[in-house]
Design a protein around this ligand. Structure first.
Ligand code: ADP
Ligand code: MG
Length: 401
């Protein structure tokens, strides 16, 4: 789960991380009021969307010469003009994809005089099983380019979970950023507070870009992105409040209500599978046969008929789905229960797309009989390869028709 920049900064400020003052705004009037509460003489009007690259982003509705999604203002009137131009518009950045995202919230914040911009992030490094610190002197709006062209300018350190953050990590980060004296001490303090915030909120990622040195020689967080580990969500009802459902895929929200693991993808073959490993294998084999999965969907070990029906509806609500492959191994969940769920769901949604079902495991004969006797045009498959070949062939036919 992700949150907006302004929410991330409010959260980090609670942990003592230095951020400029600012206020969120949902309307032009709120933006003007927010600017009035800040001292000036420089304000920044920032689009709040769950994507980075806003500064260099472009608004779809405005011409190519219009300013981007992060704008400086030298008066409250200028804040108003920017807010009027930005709210409700669609911002396209390198992270949003070509469709962009509608700007529904702004963040009005103190403008800071920047002497230098760094990159500093904490994330869970799956390879080492540790929290990693990533630091670079080349912060700002081109970090993707730095990572691609000059990866040696990005340094990584990992933290042993048994000891937690140690003073040597602070010294290493300060050295990586080329900081000495008081700025090195500030870097150590900021890092310690970010680490506390990371562990305290069960974050999966905290990315600060830029971490700036101001003209007054103060380190300050000017942009922050936080993602949380959804497996720890139950421990943090307070972060659940920060969710902005308009930023999330509607089908993924629906899936989370039914406790289904669903990720939308770009292909046209809907997949319903039990178990994450089998779901991955199913997607792989669809690709091997020349098809493209429309989603990852794990209905879990103990799915009920209701859950299968909900899963079916979610798959079908995706307009790009041209066929469905159900691949279920009946263990805890028996094949006949699955078959009943499939038949009920197919009837309820009056299914028109081809449906290939591969069942294996407990009560497989009963399950196959339920499908065969349903009167529905369900195509039965014997194994995973057979199932993939059949659905890919069916979808090709639909596409040619
Ligand atoms: P994004 O990463 O989405 O482009 P940022 O918040 O990093 O958005 O803003 C882009 C750039 O705008 C920053 O690299 C920084 O140079 C400038 N900027 C952001 N916030 C401020 C601020 N409060 N004061 C001065 N400049 C800022
Ligand atoms: Mg940034």
């Amino acid at each position: 789960m992700n949150i907006h920049e302004y929410q991330a900064k409010e959260l980090l400020a609670k942990y003592g991380v230095p951020v400029p003052a600012g206020h969120a705004a949902m309307s032009v009037d709120e933006a003007v009021a927010a600017a009035g509460k800040l001292p000036g003489p420089l304000w920044v009007v920032k689009s709040q969307i769950h994507a980075g690259g806003r500064g260099k982003g472009k608004f779809k509705e405005l011409g190519p010469d219009a300013k981007g999604g992060v704008r400086l203002a030298h008066s409250v009137d200028e804040v108003r003009a920017h807010a009027e131009e930005m709210l409700g518009k669609t911002l396209v950045t390198i992270q949003t994809g070509p469709d962009g995202k509608q700007v529904q919230r702004l963040y009005i914040t103190d403008g800071v005089d920047i002497a230098k911009e760094f990159y500093l992030a904490l994330l869970v490094d799956r390879e080492t099983g540790r929290i990693a610190i990533v630091a670079s002197t080349e912060g700002g709006m081109d970090i993707e380019k730095v990572a691609h062209d000059t990866p040696d300018k990005i340094e990584t350190f990992t933290i042993d979970p048994a000891t937690g953050l140690m003073p040597h990590h602070g010294r290493a980060v300060a050295a990586a950023l080329g900081l000495t004296g008081d700025l090195a001490k500030q870097a150590t303090r900021v890092l310690a507070k970010l680490y506390d915030a990371f562990v305290g909120t069960d974050a999966s990622q905290i990315e600060i870009n830029p971490l700036a040195i101001t003209d007054q020689q103060q380190l300050m967080v000017l942009d922050a992105k936080i993602g949380f580990d959804s497996n720890a969500a139950f421990r943090h009802p307070e972060t659940e409040q920060l969710r902005d459902l308009t930023e999330e895929e509607p089908m993924e929200i629906e899936a989370s209500k039914h406790d289904l693991a669903y990720i939308k993808l770009d292909g046209n073959i809907g997949c319903m599978v039990n178990g994450a490993g089998l779901a991955m294998a199913t997607m792989d084999i669809i690709k091997l046969e020349g098809g493209e999965p429309a989603n990852f969907l794990d209905v879990g070990g103990g799915a009920s008929k209701e859950k299968v029906t909900a899963a079916f509806k979610i798959i079908l609500s995706d307009a790009s789905v041209k066929g469905i492959l159900v691949n279920i191994f009946g263990g805890i969940m028996k094949c006949d229960i699955i078959a009943e769920g499939i038949v009920a769901a197919a009837r309820e949604v009056s299914l028109n797309d081809p449906l290939v079902v591969r069942l294996e495991g407990t009560n497989v004969a009963e399950g196959k009989a339920i499908l065969a006797n349903s009167g529905l045009p369900i195509i039965s498959a014997d194994d995973l390869g057979d199932a993939a070949r059949k659905i890919v062939a069916e979808v090709k036919q639909v596409e040619m028709a």
